[in-house]
Design a protein around this ligand. Sequence first.
Ligand SMILES: [Fe+2]
Length: 169
Amino acid sequence: MADAATVLDVKTSIDDVGTGIRKEKRKEIASRLSEVLTGSYILVLKSHLYHWNEVGPLFHPLHKMTEDHYEKIFEACDEIAERIRALGYPASLSAKLFSDGTRGLTPDGATSQHMIEALVADHEALCRSMRKVAAMAEEAEDFVTHDLMTGRLAYHEKVVWMLRATLAD
Ligand SMILES: [Fe+2]
């Protein structure tokens, strides 16, 4: 029995994605999005670990804040991965970035201040990656990826503000 692609005569190769973004650009953007996906997953893991291991007077606000973060960023991972698929490429993580980013992840003995500073650094690094992808996507007329990155940037920049405000004397 013929499958749907045959009946509709839709070609399923990545070479034939005919949405108006050149193949080289789709490949480049998908690759950079995989890095953003990896950084986002590392933040899900880190936020969850800190949610569990936080101790001290900031326990309650940080416990709640990190819960909100890992839930929202986890949802965003799905959006980012599905965007990579829509560009015609497999949704994958960067093994090297994941390995580097998860080294020393267990926060044994870490203070609240250390945890917040580590989160700020990771959110800021992710913002810098997303900004580059947004600019690259706009130049390639990939407005969907550009919009996705703009939305994610707005979220992470707000998180950076709130985490920094938590650290202020
Ligand atoms: Fe929990």
